[in-house]
Design a protein around this ligand. Structure first.
Ligand code: FAD
Ligand code: NAI
Length: 478
């Protein structure tokens, strides 16, 4: 007889593993099926998905190492510290990153044991719908065995989109996985796509000494961000030496043993060629629904190939849910986890929810970029009456002490009610500062609420405080 569970989760990334743990906390018998996509040296499936293995965590480890390298080479002197010309041991940097990944992925296995979640190694796919109407039992192939569950949470995530005619070998031409394992600093690095991965990985290798050119198809740089933030970021990145070209059209890409030769037309329509030792293709991601047996059970996909869900991540099938990158919405680890918790709590009859309006975005460049809520261009397009308070980090004592004066905080609030509609930050510590904006928006705060809160001195958070004061034209230090 096949193993039976109350809840079966397919996929062990931040959507799936968090859903499994929360469901187990709520008293269900839970299994999580994870394919061997990121098999560890023992051949066992690794939990943590894209985020822990080839995404958030390894990229942030490399960003930190390269930041220290750049500081040693270019930042220390201003403090009167001389250390000579720093050298980078790329192997040691990658090894450190791998150790962090192994520690965290292993840690989730420990959490599964602690919470009594059964890990099923292998590919998961729907086999059949059983039971009776209103009392369905789903048969799912999990690796070598078939198991049954009343509730199934699909959390199969996403993979890198590749471009036709540009085969990815993850040596010369890399997607996110190869980009995190480059074994020597390329003299020249080409990147297609000036999105989040392009900017973060471009920053890593530029800091380590590569000449980086990023080719972006859209005419505007970083158009998902607030227009002021995108402008300031473009200015700072250009000063750092990142060559970002927008409005390009990629042509033929010739791949040899030592590099690539990439033909493209620039925004004026002129033909150009770019030669580089490595190419990173970072042009977005596609949902993982292949081989999931969706057709066998009639699981509906939407026009973008994502699993179709409602606001509570319910699919068209009773007892089948889907969360994270495989459904619509921002492809972010914390969004996937929020949805995972919501679904587990909904299965338990609770009122779990995920507020899509307050999901923060962070881009971990230097300076960092972070935002929550509406951008100024969205408010304008929607005809909203709003006011803005904008304060530069250059007016903040702590930022000056740190030598991190680039950027600003901009708070957008309703002109009538003063309710905060969006918070946009480009500057040092943006990834941490944005939490204040998220909390404020979750609590329906007005800009005056933030303005009346005592912020510690001297901290970067005082720039948030001043921006809130500036919404009412009463900033004290600017
Ligand atoms: P995934 O993490 O993709 O996990 C899905 C899991 O399901 C995988 O382990 C896969 O092996 C498994 N699987 C797939 N199909 C099956 C199947 N049929 N059977 C069994 N198992 C299956 N987000 C952030 O919030 N912050 C960041 O800083 C950040 N940095 C990133 C950097 C990079 C380079 C990349 C690529 C992504 C980054 N992201 C970041 C995005 C983040 O990684 C994803 O949004 C997040 O991992 C999505 O979680 P998920 O659980 O939906 O899917
Ligand atoms: P992205 O969607 O952020 O950016 C892709 C870029 O490539 C876009 O600007 C797009 O216009 C451009 N593009 C598409 N086709 C192109 C073409 N043919 N030629 C030139 N440019 C082209 O996608 P990316 O960077 O691959 O990252 C995927 C996702 O992973 C992100 O959207 C984000 O959800 C997640 N991520 C999150 C991070 C974070 O939270 N800090 C870090 C890295 C990734």
């Amino acid at each position: 007889m096949s193993q039976q569970f109350d809840v079966l989760v397919i996929g062990g990334g931040p959507g799936g593993y968090v859903a499994a743990i929360r469901a187990a906390q709520l008293g269900f018998s839970v299994a999580c099926c994870e394919s061997n996509a990121y098999a560890d040296p023992k051949g066992e499936p690794r939990l943590g998905g894209t985020c822990l293995n080839v995404g958030c965590i390894p990229s942030k480890a490399l960003l930190h190492t390269s930041h220290l390298f750049e500081e040693a080479g270019h930042g220390f002197a201003a403090h009167g510290i001389s250390v000579g010309t720093p050298k980078i041991d790329v192997g040691a940097m990658i090894g450190r990153k791998n150790t962090i990944v192994a520690q965290l992925t292993g840690g989730i296995k420990g959490l599964f044991k602690k919470n009594k979640v059964t890990l099923l190694g292998g590919h998961g796919a729907f086999v059949a719908r059983g039971g009776t109407a209103g009392n369905e039992v789903w048969q799912v192939r999990a690796g070598d065995e078939t198991v049954e569950a009343k509730q199934v949470i699909v959390a199969t995530g996403s993979r890198a989109r590749h471009l036709p005619g540009i085969p990815v070998d993850n040596k010369i031409v890399c997607d996110n996985a190869g980009a995190l394992d480059i074994d020597a600093v390329p003299k020249k690095l080409a990147i297609i796509g000036a999105g989040v991965i392009g900017l973060e990985m471009g920053s890593v290798w530029r800091r380590l000494g590569s000449g980086v050119t990023i080719l972006e198809a859209l005419p505007d740089f970083l158009s998902v961000a607030d227009i002021d933030v995108a402008r300031e970021a473009a200015r700072v990145f250009a000063r750092q030496g990142l060559n970002i070209q927008t409005g390009v059209k990629i042509g033929d890409v010739k791949v040899g043993k030592k590099g690539v030769s990439l033909a493209y037309t620039d925004k004026t329509g002129a033909a150009q060629t770019l030669d580089a030792e490595r190419l990173i293709v970072s042009v977005g991601r596609i949902p993982n629904t292949d081989g999931l047996g969706a057709d066998k059970v009639g699981l509906q996909l939407n026009e973008r190939g994502q699993i179709a869900v409602d606001g509570h991540c319910r699919t068209n099938l009773p007892g089948v849910w889907a969360v994270g990158d495989v459904v619509a919405g921002p492809m972010l680890a914390h969004k996937a986890s929020e949805e995972g918790v919501m679904v587990a709590e909904r299965i338990a009859g609770q009122a779990g929810h995920c507020n899509v309006d307050t999901i923060p975005w962070v881009i971990y460049t230097s300076p960092e970029i972070a935002w929550v809520g509406k951008t100024e261009q969205q408010l304008k397009a929607g005809g909203a009456a709003y006011k803005a308070g904008k304060i530069p980090f250059a007016a903040n004592g702590r930022a000056l002490g740190m030598g991190e004066t680039a950027g600003f905080v901009k708070i957008l609030a309703c002109a009538k009610t003063d309710r905060i509609l969006g918070v946009h930050i480009v500057g040092a510590g943006a990834s941490e500062l944005i939490s204040e904006g998220v909390v404020a928006m979750e609590f329906g705060a007005a800009s005056e609420d933030l303005a009346r809160i005592c912020h510690a001195h001297p901290t970067l958070s005082e720039v948030m405080h001043e921006a809130a004061l500036a919404c009412d034209k009463r900033a004290l230090h600017f």
